[in-house]
Design a protein around this ligand. Structure first.
Ligand code: ADA
Length: 552
């Protein structure tokens, strides 16, 4: 399933069958086509653990009419065709995209998608990095049949006006074929209804904004994560011809002085950075593992998760909405230098990722902050200008959430003043031996005090590595599980005891695979700073974090 609830009652929409035929196109691939499961990554195939290249996925299906294919994520570049005709291309593994084929004769057709995870100049976000860039059709695929017009997007902004919840609803409607007929849009939420006429005579795409006062709206909060269903239906005369169902939450996030307020109350964040990576499944972990990850985090007393360093699977966000887990979601980028940010593809690709992330994930109440450009070059005028452009874009696309960026532990930051929340990644006691308070004070002296003064501060990363199963109970050597416990205990106690900080995201929840170029500083070619390993087996640090998170 693509989401955790039905998104259509009228539109015909089904998930593509799980078995596809995969043909690899490059060296190191398979000698002949093989059956594979979609969604999935080709690294799950026993012979393709290190394959980097292209592969073609094909599936035959019965259908016809106006067809819409939705790909939740293809890593990394995608080219979609139907019966040999190219429908679209897409860049970016972590956001969804559509392919349309109109007036397709009823019958048997072949859907084909070529996925390509090679590195290259044309791909500015996806570089050999401290996580693994898997290949394949990594999120679910939908096959839908449309009429002459469709509801293509539905974005809800909850507003509290004079103490009464309102849903401000932006619906995008699209004419699919040349037929011209009058339509009517109907939106229902929380027992309230609003309607508007839709006229495609001037434009093929129409935006309708409707505001529904919802006096019976129930507030969403971590303690009571009450979700509200919203249903948009498009009518031609009295006939419903298309619909879109989503869920949202009535809640408000705001920055006031040095606090982040959720429904007017200061938030204190205790949580984890989590990569979408599970040993056998890579970035394409099944729903059960997503839920288990959240259960493990919550059992340690965490109330939040950061989707480092890219937008996450909507099902994971659905689970966070359901459980009341707070989310920092961020666009795709990690540690890019000024030179990498000067790649002419960088800003267009970053902006595309940001636009798709906000458009597709806007309605999740669990997302309380948008992040971007983790540890990119914030210390040069060019790099800083890129940060500012992305902050501005995020605000333009969504005025209801604060924005931030995780800044690297390096002096010379030029953007401390430009985000709503100042976030810093620091690794005292692991990469260097400064006491935690000193390292924090040093970084905050530039971002939190000299600049960005009076803003909320988050420690967006802090942590230490341990090779799972390596014990040194007496000596506490580096990389032992015991040493990781000592360091985490010092780090968490210091950060949560610091009056300047509103929260902490530990680096990291689980061990993850990294690119081979990182092998020398990453034993097992893994980033071993997880408090659970890549199979989610707890290290000793699991109990340490649990004790401290529950106590503080
Ligand atoms: C950085 C980065 C993470 C990871 C971490 C580490 O701060 O944001 O992706 O690489 O450091 O483990 O060193």
């Amino acid at each position: 399933m693509e989401r955790l609830f039905s998104t259509h009652a009228i539109r015909s929409s089904r998930e593509a069958l799980p078995l596809w035929s995969m043909t690899t196109l490059d060296d190191g691939g398979l000698p002949a086509p093989e059956k594979v499961v979609v969604p999935g990554v080709w690294e799950s195939h026993p012979q393709l653990k290190n394959y980097r290249g292209r592969a073609v996925f094909e599936q035959a299906f019965e259908g016809g009419g106006n067809l819409r294919f939705w790909f939740g994520g293809v890593s990394f570049r995608a080219r979609v065709s139907l019966d040999g005709m190219v429908l679209c291309t897409h860049y970016g593994a972590y956001t969804g995209f559509e392919a349309l084929a109109l007036h397709v004769p009823q019958g048997r057709h072949t859907l084909r998608v070529e996925a390509d995870n090679r590195f290259g100049e044309d791909s500015a976000l996806h570089v050999p990095n401290d996580y693994y860039s898997y290949g394949g059709v990594n999120r679910p695929v939908l096959i839908e049949t449309l009429g002459a017009a469709m509801i293509s997007a539905l974005q809800v902004t909850p507003l509290r006006v004079n103490g009464v919840w309102h849903a401000q609803v932006d619906v995008t409607l699209r004419r699919i074929t040349e037929e011209n007929q009058p339509y009517r849009l109907c939106v229902e939420a929380s027992g309230e209804t609003a309607e508007a006429p839709v006229d495609f005579r001037q434009e093929n795409e129409v935006l309708c904004r409707l505001t529904l006062p919802c006096p019976r709206g129930r507030t969403w909060s971590p303690e009571d994560p009450a979700l509200t269903e919203i249903r948009a239906t498009l009518f031609s005369g009295d006939m419903p011809v298309d619909d879109l169902i989503d869920r949202f939450g009535f809640r408000e996030v705001r920055v006031e002085g040095k606090q982040l307020l959720l429904n007017g109350e200061p938030v204190r964040l205790k949580g984890f950075n989590r990569h979408e990576d599970f040993n056998d499944y890579g970035v394409s972990a099944p729903l059960e593992t997503m839920l288990r990850d959240l259960q493990l985090m919550r059992s340690m007393g965490a109330n939040c998760v950061r989707t480092c360093h890219y937008p996450n699977d909507p099902r994971f966000l659905d689970l966070c909405d359901e459980l009341g887990m707070l989310v920092w979601e961020e666009s795709h980028a990690r540690g890019l230098s000024e030179e990498q940010m000067r790649n002419p593809r960088f800003m267009p690709q970053q902006e595309l990722c940001v636009r798709e992330m906000v458009a597709q994930h806007m309605n999740h109440p669990s997302i309380i902050i948008w992040g971007c450009l983790n540890e990119c070059a914030d210390n040069t005028p060019y790099g800083a200008e890129c940060f500012r452009r992305i902050f501005r874009l995020l605000h333009e696309l969504d005025a209801s959430r604060p924005v931030t960026a995780a800044l690297v532990e390096r002096m010379g930051c030029l953007v401390g003043d430009d985000s709503d929340v100042v976030s810093v990644n620091i690794y005292p006691q692991w990469y260097h031996n400064a006491p935690v308070d000193d390292a924090l004070a040093l970084k905050l002296s530039e971002t939190g005090a000299a600049k960005g003064q009076g803003k909320p501060v988050i420690v967006s990363e802090i942590g230490a590595g341990a090779i799972p199963g390596y014990h040194d109970p007496l000596g506490h050597a580096k990389w032992s599980e015991e040493r990781q416990c000592d360091i985490l205990a010092r780090q968490i106690t210091a950060v949560l005891g610091n009056p300047n900080c509103i929260g902490i995201f530990l680096w990291q929840f689980a061990d993850v695979r990294v690119d081979e170029t990182w092998f020398s500083s990453r034993p097992r070619t893994m980033n071993n700073k997880g408090v659970v390993d890549e199979y989610r087996r707890p290290k000793l640090a699991y109990q340490t974090v649990k004790d401290i998170f529950h106590k503080l």
